[in-house]
Structure formats: C-alpha cells, structure tokens
Write a protein that binds this ligand. Structure first.
Ligand SMILES: Nc1ncnc2c1ncn2[C@@H]1O[C@H](COP(=O)(O)OP(=O)(O)OP(=O)(O)O)[C@@H](O)[C@H]1O
Ligand SMILES: [Mg+2]
Length: 321
C-alpha cells in the first residue's frame, strides 16, 4: 500500500537575522487514505510549520528546505510550482484554522463566499448550479436551513456555525486530506464537542484523511486514531491513540500526559519536565530533549535517536525508553 502522504526525513529552517532557525529536524511520517492523525506538542514545537509545509503555505524565503522529501499521492510536493499548488490546494489537500472570522469576509454573504470557492474549484458554473452545490456543502456539515443561510452574513452566525462554513468551503473541491490547525480552540466547550463530532462524521462518510493539530489532547483523541507527539521540531513518539494515552513510552510524552489533569490525573503543571524549550538557533546536539530529560546520559547528548519501531504501529525516538 502506498501512503497518501509521506514525509521522509524532512528538515526545514528559517533564515533569520541571527542565523538559521532549525525548526523541523528530520520529520518522518506516513498517512494512509482515510487515516486520522493528531499532532500535539508544546507551543513553538513546529506543528503549524509542518502543516503549512504539507499544503505549501510557507513563505520561501525565509523558509528553506534543508533536506528530505514530502510526497502526496506519489507526487513530490517540494518540487511543485505555484501553478501546481493551485491544482492541489483545495482540490487534494485543504486546511482549516483556529479563528474562522479571520478567513470570512464580514461584508460578503455566506452564499457569495462559498459560491466564490465553488466557482474557483469548478472554473465557473451557472448561478443555479453553484447555489445548489453551496446548499449541498452546507448540508454536508450539518448546518440547519442551508438555503436560508446563503443570504446571511458572518456576524449573524455563531462561532460554531462559522467554523462549519469554513469546513464546508474546505471540502468544496473534494480533498483527500484535511488539515485542521486548532479547529476548536476558539470555541465554547459544548460547541467544540459538536465540531469534533462533525469531523469524525466527515471522516467516516467521505473516507477523508485528517491531520488535526491541537493543544488539547482530549480533542485530538476524540477524532484521531493515531497521535504523534512533537518536541522542538522532532517527532518523539507516534502510536495508536489508546496506546499513546494509556502506555506512553517516551519521557516527554509521559511528562506531557502527567501535565494534563483530565486525562492522566496529574495536577496541571508540566511535572517531570523541568526547563524550557530549546533555542532553535543552536539546538541541543544529540536528542533535542536531553537537557530536560531525567534519563539523559552521554549517548543522548551525542547521538540523535532515530524514530524506530517500538511495538506494533508504535514508533519512538529515545535511546532509553
Ligand atoms: N515565518 C517565520 N519566520 C521565522 N520563524 C518562524 C516563522 N514561522 C514560524 N517560525 C518559528 O517556527 C517555530 C515553530 O512555529 P509553529 O508555528 O509551527 O509552532 P506551533 O507548534 O504551531 O505552536 P503553537 O502551538 O503555538 O501554534 C517557532 O519557533 C516559530 O517562532
Ligand atoms: Mg500552531
């Protein structure tokens, strides 16, 4: 089976005034058709940069690939031109973000905005056909009174409804992969649960692959069958959701879970992980986590641990775990 998406030892840096900021360091990851992967890790660890790499939204420069490959449906994404991307973005890969209001135009009706997306995807189309498709998409994301919604404006919708409209737009071109970057972070808890249920439902109905990024492990666990944990631009552990939550093996994953009272019964502090995230202008040699790790020894300071098999479907990058 060939993967839908495959990153192979992908390395990315940003050119800054102070030097090369080594943001992603050897990311290897595969995603199958219809698979759901959660991406978690502390702020600044590179989740959004990874997502934007996959959908070609990083400004290059300052971003620069240092090595590795990203393949989607067998195609080398790093070699794509902006014209190639226009055929991929929205059609094969779509993305939704945290704050729907940033992406909706306040002075245009929902019908106009979703219609614009449909016309771009189809390179035209008559008014009735575009309207019918708009209603179909709004119904797909389970918005009530889809036809009535077309004449309304973003400010007349709740946050949850706006996020659904954004999801409908993202699905207009029937993509195979949806990337959701903190899709529920800006929403109330009850609305969050509804949007998570919708994502689950879309995955099942459309056989959609999803990469979902969130600070909220519970939210990721509600949608994704697999979770990858990132630390300072590396993937430290990648395992089926239940396994990762119940039997985490990497010291960083363990610390992260211990910090989450609702999931692991911890007390809400990053206990077991003293120190702070490293400066990526001069990342630590060897394992990037070693300065904060209780298990670190000479080998960890010297030799970068590769992501290796640690049981069925379980990968981890640690010399000791
Ligand atoms: N355009 C840019 N130029 C320079 N550095 C950047 C740029 N974009 C991101 N970075 C840096 O890359 C690192 C990773 O950023 P990223 O936004 O991927 O983090 P994140 O894991 O998504 O964090 P958060 O959870 O806060 O969203 C950060 O240190 C950030 O400062
Ligand atoms: Mg982010």
């Amino acid at each position: 089976m060939t993967a839908l998406l495959a990153l192979r030892d992908y390395q990315l840096e940003f050119d800054t005034f102070d030097g090369a900021y080594q943001v992603l360091d050897g990311i290897s990851l595969e995603l199958a058709e219809g698979e759901t992967l959660g991406l978690v890790g502390e702020t600044g660890c590179g989740k959004s940069v990874l997502a934007k790499s996959v959908i070609g939204l990083l400004p290059r420069p300052p971003a620069r690939t240092r090595g590795g490959r990203i393949e989607f449906e067998g195609r080398d994404l790093l070699a794509c031109s902006e014209a190639d991307w226009r055929g991929i973005r929205g059609h094969r890969i779509s993305m939704i973000f945290q704050d729907p209001m940033t992406f909706l135009n306040p002075v245009l009706s929902i019908g106009q905005q979703i219609g614009d997306v449909i016309r771009v995807q189809r390179a035209g189309g008559n008014r009735a056909a575009v309207q019918a498709r708009a209603v179909e998409l709004l119904e797909l994301v389970r918005l009530p009174d889809a036809a009535g919604l077309l004449g309304r404006y973003p400010h007349q919708l709740s946050g949850g409804m706006r996020q659904r409209v954004l999801i409908a737009m993202a699905l207009a071109g029937s993509p195979r992969l949806l990337i959701a970057d903190e899709p529920t972070t800006a929403l109330d808890v009850t609305i969050q649960a509804q949007v998570l249920a919708l994502l689950r439902d879309l995955v099942a109905r459309l056989n959609l692959a999803v990469i979902m990024i969130s600070h909220d492990l519970g939210a990721v666990a509600a949608v994704c069958s697999r979770i990858a944990v990132m630390y300072a631009g590396t993937i430290v552990e990648d395992a089926p959701t239940a396994q990762l939550l119940n039997a985490p093996r990497h010291p960083y994953t363990r610390g992260l879970l211990a910090a989450l009272p609702d999931i692991a019964g911890g007390n809400g502090t990053l206990q077991g992980i003293p120190g702070s995230i490293p400066n990526l202008l001069q990342p630590p040699a060897g394992c990037r986590f070693h300065p904060r790790c209780a298990l670190a020894d000479e080998r960890c300071r010297r030799e970068k641990p590769l992501l290796r098999d640690g049981g069925p479907a379980h990968r981890l990058a640690c010399h000791h775990a």
